[in-house]
Design a protein around this ligand. Structure first.
Ligand SMILES: Cc1cc2nc3c(=O)[nH]c(=O)nc-3n(C[C@H](O)[C@H](O)[C@H](O)COP(=O)(O)O)c2cc1C
Length: 217
């Protein structure tokens, strides 16, 4: 199939080795960050926070979290251009939603006199909150929409990436507790440019057949 979207999605792969001499330009980073910000989410909740690791100090902190687990992902910490920690709010509240509602007023989407009505959508958050105030199943699902959106944006920009659930979640959340500020990181994304020895770049893409995943009725 020849279509620019399909070409983007065929071009991308999970990068297994980065060229540490190459760094993403600020112009492209701006596009990536804006794409993250524009991601869709249920009731426009945007229950996320993104911590971008790029300084030597932050890289060292991230490096330390690989002491016990998932060392196959560790080389990306130094070789990739950036590592993004994608985090979600595991206890999303009405106060959190108030920021969304007030942004809606500021952006001219909601009239100030309709502020109270705008909280109607929060029922969706309540439906997904357990008796202890835990929203993590729902907020984590929203976060992965941002991850998918970012993966496609990266492909469009011909920037390589490695989604990583292979991180020591406990250590990462401890090491970056200040920056995460109560948000929970379960997945990270390395971004940069592939090394010529990245074996995965040369492998054919493999996916389930369309007729085993799609039913048209
Ligand atoms: C949420 C998520 C977590 C992943 N975690 C890792 C990981 O820790 N390390 C890794 O090398 N690949 C990881 N992958 C990459 C997948 O294995 C990969 O996307 C899949 O095999 C499809 O291959 P492709 O991305 O090259 O098309 C992850 C992918 C996703 C979407």
């Amino acid at each position: 199939m020849k279509h620019p979207i399909i070409e983007d999605l065929r071009w991308r792969h999970t990068c297994k080795k980065y060229d540490s001499t190459k760094r993403i330009s600020e112009t492209d980073l701006d596009v990536l960050f804006e794409a993250l910000r524009l991601s869709a989410s249920s009731i426009n909740s945007q229950p996320w926070r993104f911590v971008v690791i790029e300084s030597e100090e932050a890289r060292q902190r991230m490096n330390g979290t690989f002491a016990h687990k998932f060392q196959f992902n560790q080389p990306h910490v130094t070789a990739a251009s950036q590592i993004i920690l994608l985090a979600h709010n595991p206890r999303y509240t009405r106060e959190d939603y108030a920021e969304v509602v007030d942004n809606g007023i500021e952006d001219g989407r909601t009239r100030p006199e309709e502020r109270e009505d705008a909280f109607g959508g929060f029922a969706f958050a309540e439906m997904n909150t357990d008796e202890n105030g835990d929203t993590r199943c729902w907020t984590k699902a929203q976060l992965y929409i941002a991850l998918g959106n970012l993966l496609h944006t990266l492909a469009r920009l011909r920037i390589d990436a490695t989604p990583m659930e292979g991180i020591d979640i406990e250590r990462v959340n401890q090491a970056f507790a200040k920056e995460l500020d109560g948000y929970q990181c379960d997945v990270a994304l390395a971004i940069g440019y592939r090394h010529e020895d990245d074996y995965n770049a040369k492998l054919p893409k493999s996916r389930r057949r369309l007729d085993s995943i799609l039913i048209r009725i």
